[in-house]
Design a protein. Structure first.
Length: 100
């Protein structure tokens, strides 16, 4: 299989779904990796989702479980307390102006 890279927790999105769609919830301190159908990209972004990175790149590497909403699978991560050497300076307010 081409997809040998599993995410923390040993999970990954099904084929044909985006694997770089994520949604950070600062209030809960969680991040969801969403196995987004490409057709839902616009809706996802309208609801605060982001495309083009992963939860782990933002310091959320502690796998907490998975869920499903409207048939879309997502995986929930929390900030790993000991495994976030890069997360300290990356915080603050979310939007850092990384426009495409």
């Amino acid at each position: 299989g081409a997809v040998s890279e599993l995410w923390p927790g040993g999970v990954s999105c099904p084929q044909g779904k985006l694997d770089d769609a994520f949604h950070i919830n600062e209030e809960e301190g969680t991040c969801q990796m969403v196995c987004l159908p490409p057709a839902f990209t616009g809706i996802f972004k309208n609801h605060g989702g982001e495309i083009g990175s992963t939860c782990f790149e933002h310091g959320f590497s502690d796998f907490k479980g998975e869920g499903k909403r409207s048939g879309v699978i997502f995986f929930i991560y929390r900030r790993g307390d000991d495994s976030t050497p890069m997360a300290e300076h990356a915080g603050g307010g979310g939007g850092d102006g990384s426009a495409e």
